[in-house]
Design a protein around this ligand. Structure first.
Ligand SMILES: Nc1ncnc2c1ncn2[C@@H]1O[C@H](COP(=O)(O)OP(=O)(O)OP(=O)(O)O)[C@@H](O)[C@H]1O
Ligand SMILES: [Mg+2]
Length: 499
């Protein structure tokens, strides 16, 4: 026993901590088959404040400490806890545990009711305060990915680590294809203490994890995209055009199709577009795609991505890999933000178009869900942005397309979109305005969890989802440990010789 219920109400039960026990913020306790979570701690005393102050004064000012009679009875720690789950009914608690009930700490057996879903996606283990219980937490990947995931946290709390852990468990599953725009080149392969880490190290990475980079290591794919694949609506996501310029873009595309960018720079006149408008568009497109024209009037590439002659199948190839349930990591670390957004929107537009078609033809059921991991999500989901990502957040679920949005700033994502991101894996955050934005859009009532979220350490998280029965506190593993473990298991067994 760790304490006893001495009052409170449905939202907040008051518990007296037993002397010598140490109950933590976020800890899970059980009373009467009801799972409770500690939301606050304070001091309690049966003595008058004035007496306490006087006794402290005596001690501090050197008059000698006063012995308190039955100290452990008179002074105690008062624990505030909220009911989170009825272990007996396997549902939301609707009643209070018995008054004066003795509490115990939750243990692994209490969570026997958690089932391994059909398409398990591993997140971590159940955490009670800062103690980890040996209970793995899986969500149904297929469902969760189509209904979007938000990973909010301050910098350095373990967002990227969590995404790596999630992706690791998806490498050998074909129910999901994941596109990762890797702005820090930290997912595929990196070295730590002289050892190799990253998704490349997965025993089944070959053929399941695909890597594109503008500086590809030997044997990996080069990220080159032909300008023929660029459409006016892709450019709109990163360049501001006046309505007249926008009309002109569509006219070019209508007139010349795939060749529209090439023709834009030609002398070929087009009805309805003035010379000045054309010149402005030329300048903007040159900057955006990092292309230019030489003295002979020929286009050439200044940058490393957009190509005049190569890369005609890159976007298609990536979409096909995704459709086969693979993980595609695109190293965008040396690209400008605009180029990163442009490329991701080209890919996701193609994915969206394909899946829309599959749905119309009744073929969608056989396809894996496709999700895209995007860092600093407000860049594409923020107020006033009209991007393919917003469209996916709003209606992607009808087409089995989802987002994994990572952000330090949930508060600048419109509420309507936040509410659509149906699973939130909340890591630590010391900014109260950010906590508020996440709490107010969570699937469960987290109004009492503010302090808990503020105090979350690296890798500690709360999973609030329409697919979990309560907001589950978890401890996420360190990705490198996961890799080391897999390496150990993979080590070949010693051969036995007979005779
Ligand atoms: N679950 C965990 N257990 C132990 N250490 C962790 C855990 N998660 C992250 N770390 C460590 O914390 C550091 C920061 O982690 P990570 O890069 O994942 O944070 P982040 O939230 O993505 O930060 P940023 O905002 O800079 O992208 C890393 O050194 C990582 O190894
Ligand atoms: Mg990160």
């Amino acid at each position: 026993m760790v304490g006893q219920i001495i009052g409170g109400n449905y939202g907040e039960i008051l518990i007296r901590q037993k002397n010598g026990e140490r109950i933590e913020l976020g800890e899970l306790l059980v009373a009467d088959d009801i799972l409770l979570q500690v939301v606050d701690l304070e001091y309690g005393s049966l003595m008058e404040n004035r007496d306490l102050a006087r006794m402290s004064g005596m001690q501090l000012e050197g008059y000698g400490a006063t012995e308190i009679h039955e100290k452990e009875v008179r002074n105690f720690i008062l624990v505030r806890a909220k009911p989170v789950f009825d272990l007996n009914k396997k549902g939301i608690t609707k009643h209070l545990p018995e008054f004066f009930k003795i509490l115990r700490r939750a243990n692994a057996q209490d969570f026997d009711f958690l089932e391994k879903p059909e398409n398990p996606m591993y997140l971590g283990k159940i955490r009670s305060g800062s103690k980890v219980l040996d209970v793995p937490v899986y969500l149904d990947g297929k469902k969760v990915l189509t209904h979007h995931i938000l990973i909010p946290a301050t910098t350095g709390r373990g967002k990227s680590n969590l995404v790596k852990v999630i992706l690791w468990s998806l490498v050998n599953k074909d129910y999901a294809g994941i596109l990762v725009l890797d702005a820090h080149n930290e997912y595929y392969s990196y070295k730590l203490n002289g050892k190799n880490y990253g998704l490349k190290e997965h025993p089944e990475a070959k053929g399941n994890v695909i890597y594109y980079s503008i500086n590809p290591p030997l044997g990996e794919r080069a990220l080159k995209i032909n300008i023929k694949l660029v459409r006016p609506w892709h450019l709109r996501e990163i360049i501001e055009f006046t309505p007249a310029q926008e009309d002109a873009l569509y006219l070019f595309y209508k007139e010349w199709g795939d060749e529209w960018i090439k023709m834009l720079f030609s002398n070929e006149p087009i009805k309805g577009v003035g010379e000045t408008t054309r010149a402005v568009i030329q300048r903007k497109v040159k900057v955006a795609l990092e292309i230019d024209m030489n003295d002979y009037g020929e286009l050439y590439e200044r940058g490393k991505i957009f190509s005049i002659n190569e890369g005609e199948s890159t976007i298609k190839d990536i979409c096909t890999y995704l459709e086969e349930g693979k993980i595609v990591i695109v190293d965008t670390s040396s690209l400008s933000q605009n180029l990163e957004i442009l490329i991701s929107s080209m890919i996701m537009n193609e994915v969206f178009a394909r899946y829309k078609r599959y749905k119309e033809n009744g073929e969608l059921d056989n396809k894996p869900v496709i999700s895209v991991v995007i860092e600093e999500a407000p860049r594409v989901l923020g107020e006033g942005k009209s991007t393919i990502f917003g469209t996916i957040a709003r209606e992607g679920r009808k087409f089995k397309i989802g987002i994994i949005a990572i952000t330090q700033l949930s508060s600048v994502i419109p509420r309507e979109i936040l509410a659509n991101l149906n699973t939130k894996i909340i890591l630590g955050n010391e900014m109260s305005s950010e906590r508020k934005a996440v709490i107010s859009s969570a699937a469960q009532d987290l109004s009492k969890d503010d302090k808990m979220i503020a105090s979350l350490d690296k890798g500690e998280a709360i999973v609030s989802s329409i697919f979990t029965k309560f907001a589950i506190p978890i401890q996420i593993e360190r990705f490198e440990e996961l890799v080391d473990k897999a390496r150990k298991e993979k080590k070949p067994k010693t051969l036995k010789f007979f005779g």
